[in-house]
Design a protein around this ligand. Sequence first.
Ligand code: HEM
Ligand SMILES: *[C@@H]1O[C@H](CO)[C@@H](O)[C@H](O)[C@H]1NC(C)=O
Ligand SMILES: *[C@@H]1O[C@H](CO)[C@@H](O)[C@H](O)[C@H]1NC(C)=O
Ligand SMILES: *[C@@H]1O[C@H](CO)[C@@H](O)[C@H](O)[C@H]1NC(C)=O
Ligand SMILES: *[C@@H]1O[C@H](CO)[C@@H](O)[C@H](O)[C@H]1NC(C)=O
Length: 337
Amino acid sequence: MPYSHFFFFLLISLAFAAMAVPTLRPGFYTETCPQAESIVKDVMKKAMKREPRSVASVMRLQFHDCFVNGCDASLLLDDTPNMLGEKLALSNINSLRSYEVVDEVKEALERACPGVVSCADLLIMAARDAVVLTGGPNWEVKLGRLDSLTASQEDSNQIMPSPRSNATYLIDLFSRYNLSMKDLVALSGSHSIGKGRCFSVVFRLYNQSGSGRPDPTIEPRFREKLDKLCPLGGDGNVTGDLDATPEVFDNQYFKDLVNGRGFLNSDQTLFTNPFTREYVREFSVSQKKFFMAFVEGMIKMGDLQSGQPGEIRQDCRVINSRRPRVEVLFETSNGGE
Ligand code: HEM
Ligand SMILES: *[C@@H]1O[C@H](CO)[C@@H](O)[C@H](O)[C@H]1NC(C)=O
Ligand SMILES: *[C@@H]1O[C@H](CO)[C@@H](O)[C@H](O)[C@H]1NC(C)=O
Ligand SMILES: *[C@@H]1O[C@H](CO)[C@@H](O)[C@H](O)[C@H]1NC(C)=O
Ligand SMILES: *[C@@H]1O[C@H](CO)[C@@H](O)[C@H](O)[C@H]1NC(C)=O
């Protein structure tokens, strides 16, 4: 048994695994899977036809993936007996959705180019496509990410911000990722599409900061509307629009904030806070400036990496089986003898 060879190969593979901060670049799959980007876009288009909201739901996954140990598709791993994944974390449970759209994209990619395109890159491409398909800006995405071998529910619970967050808290949170106040405001503009649950707003309708009163920054007629949608003690799963045009990616979200018509506390607080308010104003009058800042923010957020070893997952919900690789290693070392 040539153990020495086995350990040599093991050492080499560990060395490669350790150099785990891939350089991201546009066109990463030009040689290995030239159709990758058009495949992702086609499936997203179909999903949007079936259910317009689904592309917003998929776009949100980039945020919840990238903030928790980098953009590594850790978010997509299902729980196992030994690992509590991120899907049931506080901000994700009963809230994140459209995982089946991600599965559909992955199946299409695997049919065309088996084992080539990572789930982490899939999320980045799909988020961009969601924006484009709903009328927002287009941009070139950097690719070449690997999929994580693990996930952490605890880290997600620690990191992901509550809808109750105030601007001070969010400014500090984003700064830990080198994301500026401008990035925070622009990226929050993703709430230009999609919906949120009554569960996420009832506290501000009836008991803001434990005051027993509603959030005074909500415009009265808008509050009446939200009170009807989300009565005290009602169904927390009922959903409302995050802005007045929830199927169009535009700067309506910022106009709504200026008018006290933000859905979440974390949205409206961006207009209350004097530091972020100027960006809200700027984006409310210039959709072009919003789009430019949004693209910059999405690229910066997409650059977050864990530095941990990774792989190209075959199924975004589970890590690849480790065993076949060890067998290959033994065969290789035997064959060399
Ligand atoms: C700034 C801090 C943020 C907070 C506190 C926050 C919080 C939330 C909450 C509470 C919801 C509604 C969830 C529910 O009620 O079930 C939501 C929805 C959404 N978020 Fe955020 N979010 C933030 C930033 C972002 C960012 C950076 C993105 C993407 C770049 C994003 C994309 C979305 C999208 C697209 C939806 C709608 C999803 C759907 O309709 O399924 N959010 N967010
Ligand atoms: C913002 O939220 C943080 C954390 O919840 C809290 O400690 C702080 O007092 C709040 N700041 C303001 C100005 O309300
Ligand atoms: C933020 O930038 C600093 C200085 O360039 C760098 O050392 C740090 O790793 C960055 N943090 C993140 C989360 O990217
Ligand atoms: C409002 O919240 C505070 C603090 O969480 C709580 O003590 C109080 O009972 C709540 N009031 C109502 C009317 O729910
Ligand atoms: C929403 O629905 C889910 C699944 O049916 C349920 O487990 C949960 O308790 C509901 N959440 C709220 C806030 O009502």
